[in-house]
Design a protein around this ligand. Structure first.
Ligand SMILES: Cc1cc2nc3c(=O)[nH]c(=O)nc-3n(C[C@H](O)[C@H](O)[C@H](O)COP(=O)(O)OP(=O)(O)OC[C@H]3O[C@@H](n4cnc5c(N)ncnc54)[C@H](O)[C@@H]3O)c2cc1C
Length: 169
């Protein structure tokens, strides 16, 4: 693995500042894809910005018939959430089938959407549900994301902070 700087930030604004300053910086969610990519030398960020301390990015809120899921919410939390089970049972079931227990306890919905792997579950689910991806700058319909697979949108300084979805469109 290449050498890199690591820092934990406490606010979305602080993370945005680091990304604006350093075009080679990468956000770290659960590390389930990024760390593997770094080990394989497919990614070599100069700065790794850990989002784990930003409380606003985690959690699930019922919002009428919809749910708003913070970007740092782990797959296991989505799978066991009463609000998600009630609003979109298929989404809870999908989250419960992702990877293995460790992946579900570390991996995040924001990391999965940012990574945009065509084989991954959440990007397809977000598209099928017509979900809205809320970034630190704007709201984007899941179908309108221009993110290339496995390319973080960090370079545009706009990155997922939460996702809003409901079962009926
Ligand atoms: C063994 C294994 C099995 C898996 N099986 C499945 C599966 O069955 N189905 C499935 O869908 N997925 C699967 N995954 C992927 C897993 O679901 C992770 O969610 C996914 O790899 C993203 O990981 P992460 O959330 O830890 O993000 P990280 O690895 O931390 O980050 C991934 C990328 O997204 C960027 N990023 C992270 N958060 C944000 C953010 N908020 N805004 C902008 N950019 C951000 C990072 O800079 C990085 O480029 C598997 C992974 C592993 C290791």
């Amino acid at each position: 693995m290449y050498s890199f700087n690591y820092q934990k930030v406490k606010t979305v604004a602080d993370a945005a500042k680091v990304l604006a300053k350093d075009g080679d910086a990468k956000l770290l969610a659960g590390g389930q894809s990024l760390i593997a990519a770094m080990k394989l030398r497919l990614a070599h960020p100069s700065e790794v910005v850990d989002l784990g301390l930003i409380k606003d990015l985690s959690g699930i809120k019922a919002d009428g018939k919809a749910v708003a899921i913070g970007a740092m919410t782990r797959h296991a939390e989505v799978a066991s959430s009463a609000a998600v089970k009630k609003a979109i049972p298929a989404l809870a079931s999908l989250a419960g089938g992702i990877g293995d227990r460790m992946v579900r306890n570390m991996g995040t919905i924001g990391g999965s959407l940012a990574n945009n792997d065509p084989a991954a579950d959440y990007p397809a689910a977000a598209l099928a549900l017509g979900a809205t991806v809320v970034t630190n700058k704007r709201k984007i319909g899941a179908g309108n994301s221009r993110t290339r697979p496995r390319a973080t949108p960090s370079s545009e300084y706009s990155w997922p902070t939460s996702v809003r979805a409901c079962a009926s469109r």
